[in-house]
Design a protein around this ligand. Structure first.
Ligand code: SIN
Length: 493
């Protein structure tokens, strides 16, 4: 534990993480005249949100409705979606899109000046709002960061990393950073993103290793559904310098197709992701190939400029050749258990975005629901936190420092652990492989294995070789990890 320094901050809200959810939470709090400290460990360009090529799913089209968006979310989620959370998402996402526009985010428009809506897997209508085609994350995060930088009520601690949460009198009261800075706050909002970079083959930036989940767990907050990790079907494979580069699903939405080594199409490219990833994996196993081909030759490159540029940089010409792709770890559906106001099981501690588990994604997230979730639940977290009675926000005294719940070591997984997760907790899982993983040096890797062993069925992104079918008795049942690593089940509705 770093020694607490004299550099202390008192705030209404401390936000950990400066991706889409964290930036928006900070701005929403400042709008309510709250004092905010934003802890930003990684440079902007290394947040998962910055990398996001997908957009925000929101029922905005004339032929769309909340009911339809809810139905698609539930269908993709494979009888594990927490309906109350999904209802909030579909009802509040359109307003978040409008709010982002008011904050200066320029979403793509059609030739009539209306929002241009894209199609992605599992959506029954066009519903996805983009900015700069596949540069949505970059555009949104840049704009929100600029606003945060100008906002006098928000202090940004750049390069600081949360090292421990301060919990006393049964609530979270702040945190301490790895450089010794101490922050006392009425509420701490964890917005640190997911954990898909724990897997060796991933679409995520290297920092997405579940640090927020570990911090919250150390402070006694419950985690859930850690076995539910979504594999994105189309990551570039076998190309030096671009391993794992995501080719957005929106490209399949515009008509790109998948082909095996014989040139045959073998899957509905716009089925939900679990289905497409499994079909690719099965085809790779049958043929012994490392990748399948994504044919995007008929796609207008102007609609996906950053994807096309990255592929060209890597020596691939999407206008002439098929792109070698295969599934890669992409999105953690599990995370810190939260209620509908983003409250964790520890008072004063909130979690938003991919770090959280609202249950709304079930066992297989519907494409582009995650950015929408970031905004909807970031706003709800702040509204809830600021509506509660004020508490002392002074930083902890030296005696109280003893009570800090520190990040367990190692906080980062080594290469061997990442390989082990890919091998033993990949698209197809066995009891033997998962049991091996229980010995991993990294706590989250062990917890993932424990949850995956507990779920003795196949559902959504979780495919167990010994239990190939879905077990209806586990519909809407979530695997909960409480303190001391004890595992239990809960039904969420
Ligand atoms: C994609 O653009 O395919 C990824 C977006 C998402 O994960 O929803």
């Amino acid at each position: 534990m770093p020694l607490p320094s004299s550099r202390t901050h008192g705030a209404d809200v401390a936000v950990v993480g400066a991706g889409a959810a964290g930036l928006y939470a900070a701005l929403c709090a400042a709008r309510e005249r709250a004092r905010v400290v934003l802890i930003s460990a990684t440079p902007l360009a290394q947040t998962a949100s910055y990398w996001a090529q997908g957009g925000l799913a929101a029922a905005l089209a004339a032929d769309d409705s909340f009911e339809l968006h809810l139905r698609d979310t539930e269908t993709a989620g494979r009888a594990l979606v927490r309906r109350s959370a999904a209802e909030i998402l579909v009802r509040e996402a359109p307003d978040c899109v409008r709010d982002l526009q008011a904050l200066g985010v320029r979403f793509d428009a059609d030739r009539f000046g209306q929002l241009a809506l894209g199609l992605e897997g599992g959506h029954s209508v066009r519903r996805v709002v983009h900015a700069g085609g596949s540069a949505t994350g970059r555009r949104v995060v840049r704009q929100l960061s600029a606003l945060v930088a100008e906002e006098p009520l928000i202090s940004v601690l750049e390069g600081a990393r949360a090292q421990a949460l301060w919990r006393s009198e049964d609530r979270c009261r702040g945190l301490i950073c790895d450089d010794g800075r101490v922050i006392g706050a009425r509420a701490v909002v964890i917005a640190t993103g997911g954990a898909a970079a724990l897997w060796a083959r991933t679409t995520n930036p290297p920092g997405s290793q579940g640090l927020g989940m570990l911090l919250a767990h150390a402070a006694g907050a419950a985690l859930a559904d850690l076995e539910l990790l979504q594999f994105h079907p189309t990551a570039v494979i076998g190309v030096r310098g671009r391993e794992g580069f995501l080719v957005t699903e929106a490209i399949r939405g515009e008509g790109a197709t998948l082909h095996d080594a014989t040139g045959e199409r073998f899957v509905d490219e716009l089925a939900p992701r679990d289905e497409v990833s499994r079909a690719i994996q099965a085809r790779l196993q049958e043929t012994g190939a490392r990748s399948v081909g994504l044919d995007m030759r008929a796609i207008d490159p102007a609609h996906f400029p950053n994807v096309v540029a990255a592929l060209r940089d890597a020596g691939l010409d999407p206008a002439r050749e098929l792109i070698p792709v295969a599934p890669a770890a992409h999105y953690m559906m599990g995370g810190i258990v939260t209620d509908l106001d983003a409250r964790s099981t520890v008072q004063g501690l909130y979690a938003v975005g991919e770090a959280s588990c609202t249950g709304l994604h079930g066992a297989n997230r519907l494409a582009s629901n995650s950015l929408s979730e970031c905004f909807v639940f970031a706003r709800r977290s702040v509204t809830d936190a600021l509506s509660r009675p004020r508490i002392r926000t002074a930083p902890p005294t030296p005696g109280e420092i003893e009570a800090l719940s520190e990040l367990p070591a190692p906080a980062r997984a080594d290469a061997a652990t990442r390989e082990a997760l890919w091998r033993d907790a990949g698209i197809v899982r066995s009891r033997e492989g998962l049991s091996r993983l229980l010995k991993a040096p990294h706590l989250l890797a062990r917890l993932i294995a424990r949850c995956a062993l507990e779920r003795t069925e196949s559902r959504g992104a979780h495919l167990r070789i010994e239990h190939p079918d879905r077990d209806p008795s586990l519909d809407h049942r979530h695997v909960i990890v409480e303190d001391a690593e004890s595992i239990s089940w809960q039904t969420w509705s």
